[in-house]
Design a protein around this ligand. Sequence first.
Ligand SMILES: NC(=O)c1ccc[n+]([C@@H]2O[C@H](COP(=O)([O-])OP(=O)(O)OC[C@H]3O[C@@H](n4cnc5c(N)ncnc54)[C@H](O)[C@@H]3O)[C@@H](O)[C@H]2O)c1
Length: 300
Amino acid sequence: MKCLITGGAGFIGSNLTDELIKQGNEVIIIDNLSTGLEENINKEAEFYKLDMRDFAKIKPLFEGVDYVFHLAAFARVEPSIKDPIASNDINLNGTLSVLTAARDAKVKKVIYSASSSAYGDQVEMPLHENMPTKAMSPYGLQKYIGELYCRLFSDLYNLPTVSLRYFNVYGQRMLLEGAYCLVMGIFANQRLKGQPLTITGDGEQKRDFTSVIDVVEANILAAKSKNVGRGEVINIGRGKNYSVNEVALMIGGDSIHIPARIEPRETLANNTLAHELLNWTPKINLPDWIKKYKIELGIE
Ligand SMILES: NC(=O)c1ccc[n+]([C@@H]2O[C@H](COP(=O)([O-])OP(=O)(O)OC[C@H]3O[C@@H](n4cnc5c(N)ncnc54)[C@H](O)[C@@H]3O)[C@@H](O)[C@H]2O)c1
């Protein structure tokens, strides 16, 4: 099949590209390299350095495409709080441009990378797809509105879409530095440099850390599944969470506490729907992965 991936130079998009190519598919990548890296791009993919908001330039690339995996985004919480206008423009106008190009080309399905940040702070755990959303950042709200656009395009134009709400994703090629870095990358980098791990707040905030390997599999199953395509929203989370303190212990070394951030206390996915609709079962466990990761980094 012919696949188009927006954000294919990024962390998750490059892992998805590699797997699709490994499985014998043709892959076209659109990425403006704002956070993505050229070195992440699979040599067998057809790469276009374009901004997805440039509708006139991206539209012809969708001709003859079977599946669109839409991952490109201004993809982190803190930077979106600092610059809500920029993140809104990228996330909403970008998504609209991609959906419209997909509609015009009559692709078979759009698989949208949604985010558990749409849930915000909830009392009830685990989080399930029917809960009202309560985003705590421009990013979370924008990712949620992207889901609504996907559903609208399914209803209004008969464009098959499905939204996958990922929970904190980790794995190969996650960033180790910078404003876009996740807790695991931050800790690993600090350990590598012999610095103390910086735990935000009391460190008791819990996250449902999900392997990029499982996230990639969910995307491919969502493309192939006949059960989805009407704008469904599906949690893609491991279904087990760990506190930041527990992650710090797994990485090891000294730690210090820094001021708390605006963030949910806990995330934990109810992943029943993903199992029912996609036959998806996450396979990778965080503690096992951290053990291997530390050996790779030489910090055991
Ligand atoms: N990493 C996570 O934990 C996580 C969790 C939930 C949802 N998501 C979603 O998954 C997707 C991928 O996230 P990631 O962690 O791989 O982020 P990433 O920043 O590594 O990848 C995003 C990619 O999009 C590209 N991009 C950004 N703006 C663009 C534009 N205007 N035009 C073209 N390309 C553009 C970037 O250069 C980058 O390569 C995002 O949609 C994100 O919201 C990620």
